[in-house]
Each structure stands twice: as C-alpha cells, then as structure tokens.
Design a protein around this ligand. Structure first.
Ligand code: GAP
Length: 515
C-alpha cells in the first residue's frame, strides 16, 4: 500500500479509536489544532513520563520546572524572536495557496534522495547478499547524476538561507520548476518573511493594555529562571533544567496532521555548561537522545541525524533527529548548542547579572547552553506511525485481517482488558474483582460486549498489550487466559500471577535500563 494511503488510514484510525480529534470539530474544525481523546491523552502522558523520567530521574544534575506561558514581552525582544522568528512564505497566484519557500525546496531535495534510494533498492533486490551499497552509490551513473543535482541544489539553498536572500529562494523555486501542488502552475509571488508569534492583550484597555506573546518555545521560561533554580537548588555546572509545556506558532503551512500544529507541546532541556566545553556536551547529548529514541525498538534504520542548512540566530551547532514517517524522514527533535546567547541577551535587557561563579576556575562567567528540544505531538505521531500494522490472520480456519497498534507496552494507553466470557454465572463479578486488584498499578478496561474475537480486535486497534479472559474454569481453579497482543498467543495463568506478568512488560524500568 502507498505510504500516503497508510497515513490517511492512520489519521482515520486515530479518530475512530479515541486518539486524536480535530479541534472544534462540530464547528467544522480549526485548522492545525487538535484535541487528544481518551486513549490519546494516556499515550501522551506516557510519552511525557518517558521523557521526564529519563531526564529528571536518571540524571542527578537535571531538575524540572513549570514556567508560565505568559511572559514579559521584553523576553521575546531579548531572545531575538520579535526580529528573527520568521518563515519565508510564498503564494501561488493561481491557487491562492500559501507555502513555506524553504519547505518547497526541501521537498525538491527529498525527491532527488528518493530517486537515489529507489535505484539502490532495485539493485539490492537484484544482487541479493552480494550487494555492496557503498560501492553502488559511488559508481552507478543514475545515482551519481541525482547526487550531483542534490549537492548543487543543497549548496545553493543553504547559501540563500544563510544570506537571508529571499530573491534567491524564489529564483531557486523557478529554476527547479517547482509547481504548486494545487494549481500545478509556476505563477509565484515574491518570497516574504512572516513572524510566527501569536500575540494577545494583557490588562484592560482603560488601564493601558500591553501586547504580550504566546510563547513559541518553552526554552525562554527556563533561561529567565536560570538564576532562581541555580541558587535555590545550589546547582553546580554542568546542570540541566527540564520543562514540558505548550508552545504556539502561527504556522504558514500547517499540514500532515499533528506534525505541524499551531498549538503544540514541547519537552525541552537546557543544559548549562562551562564555556568552551559546549561542543563536547553537544556530541554527548546527540548520542543520549538518539539512544532514547532507539530504545523504543522501532528499528535503528528509522532514525537519522540531519545537519541544519542554516543555524538559528542563537546557535553554533545544531542537528535534528529525524524519524521516517509515512511521508518521509522528518524532524522530531532538535539538539542545539545555543552558546551564551540567551543568557547574555537577558542579562543585557533585564540589567540583572546572570552569571555563575565557578569555584574550580575561581571566576564568574555566563554559562553556555546545550538544548535538547522535542515535540510531544511529533513523538506521538512517531509512536503511532511505527506501531500501526495491518495483518492477515487466520480466524477459525478462515483468512481475516486485523489492525493492531503495536505500541511499546510501557507506552500503551490501556495495559489490559478484562473480559468475562459470558455476562452471567458470576464471571462479570470475577472480572470486576480482577480489575479492582490491578487498577492501582495499571490502566484497565472492562469489556463484556460482543464475541471474544470482536473484543480482541477492539483491543488490538487500541494497542492494549494484554487481554484477560475469565471463563467457567476460573470459577473452579482461579486461572484465566492471557492473550498477548503482538503474537496473539494465549496462556493459562493463575489470577494472582497477573500483576507480576503485566508489570514485567509494562514497566518503564525495563526501557530505562537500556539507556
Ligand atoms: N527551543 C528550540 C526550538 O523550539 P524547534 O526546532 O523550533 O526548536 C523543537 O522546535 C521541536 O518542537 C521540533 O523538533 C518539533 O518536534 C517541535 N515543533 C516545532 N514546531 C512544531 C509545530 N508547529 N507543531 C508540532 N511540533 C512542533
């Protein structure tokens, strides 16, 4: 099935099974804003716990913070967001659709990459085990021709971005023959800069309201609390501050479901280090973060690093962790070496000294910062995309299909469903008792409607790792059937062993030990 079709199915699945709903749906929706349903919110909370604990529990020198969304407007002047938090936009005059010029060019680059990958995949199939991919990429004329086109475009694009040359961005779009996906035409406007921050008024007009911004990143809340946390926590450099919270961006192109939203959530950690050590820490955090992603077990080939074409105004090094979504490799996380830019700017604009006295060096300095920044929603999309499977199965000797979300059990919204085989003979009461004994540790569901087969399908579609069936034998020997989501294997176990079996597989500890 084409990846695009899979993605459409996945979006429909998220709605049908209470994961993600379009915001304000009964009013025809609000573009690029989404709500998380009864299962979505559980998955989201588990993702946040995975991140939070891996930062704050596993690192003695990282502490948490929850700063306000509303902040003093000068913060955004100091951080550079008022002047430089822009995206280059371009309109197609025929369709009247608006695009990000940089994304149109990135998509063109991805096309060259895709062509090369197709050649490689074809050759790999032809040559089997004897295939040497490196050698093939170095010598195959079609791959080399596309690589040349890719490199030339990439160099030109990176230069245009770094020079902030909007005319050149437009020229690249024209020279590459990029067409509007809606009208199919090349009738483009000039490229203009567009600031992404939302603003609102604080205070009544009579008092003299002031314009404030909805934060476009949570990081600034950490920077302006650096002194508070360092002093009250008696933190010694190197140390980090972690925060999870909402961020808002007036995205020009809001497509691909929850990948690019106007209201979203970030999990950010700012790590304060001694000047001159930041690039070592940058490398360390790159590796730590990649391991965190890989520990989910979706396959190492699903991830890659991507160097930035243009460094943000605050960074001296930056890399993205990209995940292979059904629509291609895309950014899920950014790791940035932010120098002392933010703290120095806040020192200057606030007039407050923001420094650290380093007892080992016997001097004070403005710390340098390495940041790891990941979107909760993109992580959510990563988990759902990697977990969604359509499988052919045997059902009573007949061919059948099932849709199953193979979410890693520790992230799954519901850990177990308890099902009485029939709604009588005391079986529902036993099922309820089992839930009562397990509900303090696991999110349990009770399900007595329809045949057992249908109930299994329903739980597969939600991604519930364990289904526990109570039958007549249970009344005799206190055993139940446990059915495992991924293998569909069933085994008979003693009721009092359930907690142990489930906790072994759903505990966060298991995955943390891999990190
Ligand atoms: N503090 C640095 C920062 O905000 P960023 O690369 O702009 O860096 C970090 O954003 C992460 O936030 C991204 O890797 C992505 O996962 C998430 N993110 C950014 N914009 C988003 C949007 N419009 N919708 C959903 N997630 C977004």
């Amino acid at each position: 099935m084409a990846q695009e079709d899979i993605f459409k199915k996945l979006i429909a699945h998220c709605k049908e099974y209470g994961y993600v709903f379009q915001s304000s749906e009964i009013y025809d929706g609000l573009s690029a804003v989404y709500d998380y349903g009864q299962n979505g919110v559980e998955l989201k909370n588990n993702i946040k716990k995975y991140w939070w604990d891996s930062m704050v529990l596993l690192h003695e020198n990282i502490v948490g913070l929850d700063s306000a969304i509303f902040m003093h407007p000068t913060i955004w002047k100091a951080s550079g967001h008022v002047d430089a938090f822009n995206d280059p936009l371009i309109d197609n005059k025929d369709s009247k659709k608006r695009y990000r010029a940089d994304i149109l060019i990135e998509e063109q680059l991805a096309k060259f990459e895709e062509k090369m990958n197709k050649e490689v995949a074809k050759a790999a199939k032809r040559f089997g085990d004897a295939f040497d991919e490196k050698q093939f990429r170095k010598t195959n004329p079609r791959v080399l021709a596309n690589q040349k086109k890719y490199d030339e475009l990439h160099t030109r694009f990176a230069k245009a971005l770094n020079d902030n040359n909007l005319e050149e961005l437009k020229q690249i779009i024209i020279d590459q023959g990029i067409v509007c996906p809606v009208s199919g035409s090349r009738n483009w406007t000039d490229v203009r800069q567009f600031n992404l921050m939302f603003s609102t008024e604080m205070g009544s007009t009579a008092e003299g309201a002031s314009t404030i911004f909805l934060r476009p990143e949570t990081a600034q809340g950490i920077f302006v609390n650096y002194l508070n946390v360092q002093k009250t926590g008696r933190m010694k450099i190197p140390f980090g501050i972690a925060q999870i919270g909402k961020a808002f961006r007036n995205e020009i192109v809001a497509r691909q479901f929850i990948f690019r939203m106007r209201e979203f959530e970030q999990m950010e950690m700012q790590f304060f280090v001694r000047p001159g050590t930041e690039l070592n820490w940058f490398e360390k955090w790159k590796n730590i973060r990649m391991e965190w992603h890989r520990a989910l077990g979706f396959g190492d080939d699903k991830y890659r690093f991507h160097e930035h074409e243009k460094l943000a105004h605050y960074a001296n090094a930056a890399v993205d962790v990209e995940f292979k979504f059904p629509f291609g490799f895309k950014e899920v996380e950014g790791i940035h070496s932010r120098t002392d830019f933010d703290l120095s700017q806040h020192q200057q604009h606030s007039g407050k000294k923001i420094q650290y006295f380093d007892p080992e060096l016997n001097k004070s300095y403005v710390p340098y910062v390495v940041e790891t920044s990941i979107g909760v929603d993109r992580m959510f999309l990563q988990v759902i995309s990697a977990s969604y499977c359509e499988e052919e199965i045997e059902n009573n000797g007949k061919k059948d299909t099932r849709v199953v979300l193979k979410i890693p059990p520790f992230l799954a919204p519901v850990k177990l469903a308890v099902m009485p085989l029939v709604k009588k003979d005391g079986l529902p009461e036993i099922a309820r008792k089992i839930i009562d004994s397990l509900k303090f540790d696991f999110n349990c569901r009770y399900d007595e409607k329809d045949s057992i087969g249908k109930r299994y399908r329903r739980q597969d579609a939600i991604g519930t790792p364990f289904c526990v069936t109570v039958d007549h034998q249970t009344t005799e020997d206190n055993t139940v059937t446990v059915r495992y989501r991924d293998t569909m294997k069933q085994e008979r176990v003693a009721t009092d062993k359930l907690g142990e079996i489930i906790s072994r597989q759903v505990s966060f500890k298991g995955v943390f030990e891999k990190l």
